[in-house]
Design a protein around this ligand. Sequence first.
Ligand code: ZN
Length: 184
Amino acid sequence: MAILNVAKLGNPILRKRAKRVTLDEALLPSFQHFLDDMVDTMQELDGVGLAAPQVFSSKQIVVIGSEANGRYPNAPNISLLVMLNPTITFYSEETEEGWEGCLSLDNLRGKVTRSVKIHINGFTRFMEPISMDAEGFLAVVFQHEIDHLKGTLFVDRMKDFSTLCQLEEYNLYWAKREVGAEAS
Ligand code: ZN
């Protein structure tokens, strides 16, 4: 198990478009090991999702999984998902505003509007095709993580910066008042 370093806001890798993972690459033991390290890193840092560019690999990989933790006391349980080359093929017109944070933007929270339901196509860690619907919290986490693969951060999606908070103030003034979706 290895905990990977996380790229922080301002690091150019967070603004690059990530490259697709190839089948040959996916089957390499070193690549599979890297996926395990991504999962370990997400869990160790109490994230609910992590995209490869956040750990200095500009590849189309996301890992998602959550249970209530210190950073996200209200997070629902989502069983662990590793997805390669994910694309969102449907966005519901219905949207919802929710609080988001990011391991690459320390201690910040802000409100972002996202589609409530989405459909995702992608590949498993062994490059088998998968296709799934997601809604609510899971849909928000997918949209946040897949944005990372395009070089987009949640602050780019904010329409109103007056909701941008430091974590301590968020917990003090906002966390208890509104139960919203949060991502990592
Ligand atoms: Zn993030």
